[in-house]
Design a protein around this ligand. Structure first.
Ligand SMILES: [Zn+2]
Length: 266
């Protein structure tokens, strides 16, 4: 029987994603750095603050974040564990509505404002159309998220960033999938006067053949698609019912593309 492994797009086994909150004006400089090195990120925005002092303007959201993901951070950034649940639902749904009017696509990601969450809020989010939500803190690791509603990053950019980046680049055991996930706020680079940190990191990490550069939702959506692949009982063929290609490796051979909507003999 064939031994099948999941691969990331292009047959890769490492993924890098970034996550930046609050939509401050310093996002412009951060996006420019990401774009220069081909790094992809997710920007969690408070729609109620767009256009305010030191904030991104609503009319620039679509063009500035093109190629990246715009995601929710609630309308007004409350500490939601202290709020009634209906208020939390409105903060999320109204943020989605406002951001979708600007981007033109379904907005399905969230990061918890002030890192605030509860089991009740976690349970509420799928019903509000949210697919994942990021917590605060560092895992110091490269594991895939077990609970997408408590998605913890590898590190904040002020926590062992270059050291962890070097570790990630050195990972070459292809029997594992690895994810490096970095989070922060772009205004911190201004406050800490350390733009060179993120510039150097992106220069070091960009352009690597074995890394898939993805937004948070691209990562979740690809893994969801992959789990929908339908394999024959003996793994001799697979049907891909999704709208996008998925990748597998068979018996440790070179990665194979299972085209969207097609059955492929493995
Ligand atoms: Zn925030």
């Amino acid at each position: 029987m064939n031994k099948v492994y999941c691969c990331f797009p292009g047959g890769k086994h490492k993924a890098l994603t970034m996550s930046y909150d609050d939509g401050r004006s310093t996002d412009r400089r951060l996006v420019e750095i990401f774009n220069r090195y081909g790094i992809k990120g997710t920007f969690h925005l408070n729609s109620g603050f767009l256009g305010g002092e030191d904030r991104i303007a609503p009319e620039e959201v679509q063009s500035l974040y093109a190629g990246h993901e715009v995601a929710c951070h609630t309308v007004t950034h409350p500490t939601i564990a202290r709020c009634p649940l209906p208020e939390v639902a409105q903060e999320v749904l109204d943020d989605r509505r406002a951001l979708e009017a600007l981007t033109g696509y379904p907005v399905r990601g969230l990061s918890y404002p002030n890192g605030s969450l509860s089991p009740e809020i976690e349970a509420l989010l799928p019903g509000c159309g949210i697919r994942y939500s990021r917590v605060v803190g560092n895992s110091d690791g490269f594991a895939l998220p077990e609970n997408p509603f408590r998605w913890k990053a590898t590190c904040h950019h002020n926590h062992r960033l270059v050291e962890l980046g070097e570790q990630f680049l050195a990972l070459n055991k292809r029997q594992y999938l690895y994810l490096m996930y970095v989070w922060g706020h772009s205004y911190e680079f201004r406050n800490d006067d350390n733009w060179d940190l993120i510039e150097g990191f992106c220069r070091m990490m960009g352009g690597q053949e074995d890394i898939w550069y993805c937004t948070n939702i691209e990562f979740m959506d690809y893994m969801d698609d992959w789990k929908r692949l339908r394999f024959a009982a003996d793994n001799s063929f697979a049907f891909n019912p999704n709208a996008r290609d998925c990748f597998v490796s068979v018996n440790d051979g070179a990665p194979v593309r299972v085209p969207a909507g097609e059955t492929l003999r493995l």
